[in-house]
Design a protein around this ligand. Sequence first.
Ligand SMILES: Cc1cc2nc3c(=O)[nH]c(=O)nc-3n(C[C@H](O)[C@H](O)[C@H](O)COP(=O)(O)OP(=O)(O)OC[C@H]3O[C@@H](n4cnc5c(N)ncnc54)[C@H](O)[C@@H]3O)c2cc1C
Length: 382
Amino acid sequence: MTRTADAVVVGGGIIGLATAFYLAKLQYGKVVVVEKEMFLGTGSTGKCAGGVRAQFFTKINIEMSMKSEEMLVNFEEDTGYPAVFDQVGYMFLLSDETELAQFTKAVELQRSLGLKVDLIDPPEINKIAPPVRTDDIIKATFCDQDGLADPNDMIQGYASAARNAGAEIITECEVTDLKLEGGEIRGVVTADGEIGTPLVINAAGPHAKLIAGMAGMELPVEPIRRQIVTTGTLDYIGATFPMVVDVKSGLYFHKESPGLLLGWADKSIKPSFDESVDPEYTDTIIMKALDRIPKLETAEIAKSWAGLYETTPDHHAIIGFIDGVGGLFSNTGYSGHGLMHAPAAGLVAAEMICGRETSIDASPLSPDRFAKGQVIEETNVI
Ligand SMILES: Cc1cc2nc3c(=O)[nH]c(=O)nc-3n(C[C@H](O)[C@H](O)[C@H](O)COP(=O)(O)OP(=O)(O)OC[C@H]3O[C@@H](n4cnc5c(N)ncnc54)[C@H](O)[C@@H]3O)c2cc1C
């Protein structure tokens, strides 16, 4: 017998699981999550750096982050499960007047939306992040509401809470096609058979374009490889060390017990599903890190890995029903900030699907913005 569901979420990453949880919590009906891998959260979510910040340049991204930060603080109350959200702060190092002007403008917008963010001088920077070289830095922005979240905690929390609220999660179940009739979604085809449903939520992260393609739709989400390096033990990195972004070089780093996690976005990388570690990419990260933290000269490299960003042309998510196919909803395209936006993303998507007023006006993230020429570019992307 064909199984049925009121909604099928494709993808057991952080976006799919948060969406499934809030849909089940709002009592949407029978919600099923299908994940192609054996374990949940092993896609982009399991590769991410865990950074959470509200210091964006666009209003919608700031609002998505501020809502998510509030929800992360209350994660246990909301889901019944604990998740580490370590509000150690986020710092953007600025080394010239152009950067200072851009970030000063952004700080004004962030403050107008209620974010507590400061512009600080090198002595203060070194108090917060002691080993950072600041002789070429003129100022930094710092927000102590930002910080680091544990992706695994969030995955387990949302998955368990979704199950408790009545959702079903099926792993090792790849969606290979979508069934349509008269332009309406009728079900998903998987390796384990079909699931009849009038609603598919595309939360397949870097694979979202392929899922949309199964319904004959174009979704502008490209997989772009990003790499990370971690160091061995560093006794000079304290428990309150924040996330630091060197705006000039694009390097970012934060404490990762027992040392540092280092990352950088190579903007020249072309879209592909290649997740192999490129030694040259690793070397570039290390060189940039040595320049900003000379003390790292004696550090050992612990690990290096690669993962995929699910990138849109304007570096904003795509949340909403897709025009032209009845019952296809997109929740993807977070362009490097999907972990930090997941709580708000799951809630807002579920509210839209349930026909409720949304907690945030997410209309700037609607899928039809590209066709309508209403894109708003986020340039503070790392
Ligand atoms: C190196 C790196 C660092 C990052 N750092 C940060 C950070 O500091 N902060 C932050 O907020 N974000 C960060 N990100 C981005 C963040 O990881 C993503 O935005 C987020 O994890 C996206 O979640 P997702 O659920 O959409 O995608 P995923 O976690 O990829 O989940 C999608 C799931 O869909 C499944 N799937 C795909 N196709 C199918 C199919 N046909 N059938 C069934 N299942 C399918 C996949 O197996 C996968 O598990 C980083 C990403 C990378 C790669």
